[in-house]
Design a protein around this ligand. Sequence first.
Ligand SMILES: *[C@@H]1O[C@H](CO)[C@@H](O)[C@H](O)[C@H]1NC(C)=O
Ligand SMILES: *[C@@H]1O[C@H](CO)[C@@H](O)[C@H](O)[C@H]1NC(C)=O
Ligand SMILES: *[C@@H]1O[C@H](CO)[C@@H](O)[C@H](O)[C@H]1NC(C)=O
Ligand SMILES: *[C@@H]1O[C@H](CO)[C@@H](O)[C@H](O)[C@H]1NC(C)=O
Ligand SMILES: *[C@@H]1O[C@H](CO)[C@@H](O)[C@H](O)[C@H]1NC(C)=O
Ligand SMILES: *[C@@H]1O[C@H](CO)[C@@H](O)[C@H](O)[C@H]1NC(C)=O
Ligand SMILES: *[C@@H]1O[C@H](CO)[C@@H](O)[C@H](O)[C@H]1NC(C)=O
Ligand SMILES: *[C@@H]1O[C@H](CO)[C@@H](O)[C@H](O)[C@H]1NC(C)=O
Length: 456
Amino acid sequence: MVLFSTFFFFFFISLSLSQGQPPIDPLEQKALYDVLNSLNPAIPWTTDYPDDLCLSAPHGVVCDYYPSDSDDHNVQNQQQKAHIVELNFGYVSDETPNPPCSPNATLNPLLFTSFPYLQKLFFYKCFNNTQNPLPSLPPSLQELVFIQNPSFVSPLHLFLRNLTSLRRLVLIGNAFQGELPLNIGDYTNLEELTLSTNNLSGMIPPSFGMLKKLKILDLSQNDFKGCVPQEIGNLTSLLKLDLSYNGFGCKIPESFTHLQNMMFLDLSFNLFGNFGVPLFLGEISTLKEVYLSGNLLSGQIPEIWENLGGVEKIGFSKMGLVGKIPVSMGTYLKNLSYLGLDNNKLDGSVPQEFGLLEFANEINLENNNLSGRISLPSRVEQKLKLAGNIGLCLGNNASCSSQNGESLGQLNPYKISDILPDHDDVLFNGDSLLHFDPLMLVLVLVGWLLSFTWDG
Ligand SMILES: *[C@@H]1O[C@H](CO)[C@@H](O)[C@H](O)[C@H]1NC(C)=O
Ligand SMILES: *[C@@H]1O[C@H](CO)[C@@H](O)[C@H](O)[C@H]1NC(C)=O
Ligand SMILES: *[C@@H]1O[C@H](CO)[C@@H](O)[C@H](O)[C@H]1NC(C)=O
Ligand SMILES: *[C@@H]1O[C@H](CO)[C@@H](O)[C@H](O)[C@H]1NC(C)=O
Ligand SMILES: *[C@@H]1O[C@H](CO)[C@@H](O)[C@H](O)[C@H]1NC(C)=O
Ligand SMILES: *[C@@H]1O[C@H](CO)[C@@H](O)[C@H](O)[C@H]1NC(C)=O
Ligand SMILES: *[C@@H]1O[C@H](CO)[C@@H](O)[C@H](O)[C@H]1NC(C)=O
Ligand SMILES: *[C@@H]1O[C@H](CO)[C@@H](O)[C@H](O)[C@H]1NC(C)=O
């Protein structure tokens, strides 16, 4: 009974909804069929979706209702009309089964003239083979997302002309070229600007500083160069800043210290100069991930970690870092899961405090000049990568290298840690090893003798 009434309830609701709903603009309906056919001629779109495309649309087509044009004198149609506001093309997944694009998909120019209410346009892996020069898009657009369409070729500044209403611009893995528009500061509605993996070049215009609403700025994997302007520090809403894999140089601007909401900072693999690890990092307590790898910043790792307890990932590889790993990294970075300090010139021992890293998932210290014996909780030891550090030996593992890289030989059946006091979770650095030298010698000899007798 309950089931029946529920059924009828929904039946009547949907009936009244479909009757009450204003129809789609017939020009938009026709244009959408044409666009779908140009994207995938193999699918019979008019047969599969014969009805009003706002009432029964393919996934990815979204409509909204607007008052009819004022010059429409037909009283019946006076109230409202349905218009297409979102078009998403390119099959993403079963959860997002947008209309699939065929390998020879082409871009129908109707797309750019027939949908005056269009706010969002999304293309995923649609244009790979056919060359598709992009005509200008309707200025109503607020959101453009083009992902992996390598045959989308356009100079960016021409493409963006007149699109000043944009809130989100996401162009990843296409072939946009040329420089950022000098008047990028006029796009004051922008909240996300992601231009990763295109063929863009030139410098960041200082007018960027006007984009007060920008939360995400990602220019990674292009060919940008020059100094990063101080004005980026005015983008105080930024949550993510990714400039990785470009040719940016000079000093990392001190003004970044104003980015007090930033959670993700990636400046890796640029040409930032020999000015050391920037101290302002220590003042951005919202940071969760920071990557500076592949810039020869040099110097020592500074003591800046006290307010960074929320940091989860640090990439400081290939930076020309010298000196010791600060003990404070282990003490303060309670939430650290990834630490990359590999391929530097760090020396000294591995701080025992790393044993406090409860969430450690990878600690890469490879190819440094670290030394001493490491003994950390096995939970942490399993996560250590230590290759390429002559003079480092791990915990209870008796097969250890001496400082000149020669093997000390098998110490079995006795382990040095069985004999030394307080071996639990204590780190023996190079000095204490030296201190026990005579004992070591005896052990080595005993080990040798034993292995000989057993072999024989
Ligand atoms: C696209 O390719 C299909 C076969 O894969 C073919 O039937 C169709 O005519 C082609 N469309 C265009 C516009 O070239
Ligand atoms: C584009 O096509 C090439 C082969 O022509 C293929 O290797 C590549 O994966 C395709 N890229 C995308 C994004 O579909
Ligand atoms: C861009 O807007 C200007 C006026 O602001 C107009 O003259 C021009 O035709 C528009 N360009 C395009 C491609 O729509
Ligand atoms: C990128 O642009 C440069 C010129 O600025 C051109 O020589 C190069 O072929 C382009 N690369 C790709 C992959 O389009
Ligand atoms: C940008 O920040 C600088 C300080 O870095 C400040 O002097 C300037 O007034 C700011 N500009 C705007 C438009 O907020
Ligand atoms: C560390 O992570 C936990 C769990 O994700 C979180 O609740 C806590 O706030 C984080 N610590 C800091 C200092 O951000
Ligand atoms: C490694 O450190 C030792 C001192 O612990 C020093 O003598 C040696 O020169 C260093 N090697 C390199 C390559 O920096
Ligand atoms: C001990 O160290 C050697 C070489 O350094 C390594 O191959 C071996 O897996 C280590 N054993 C353990 C139990 O960690």
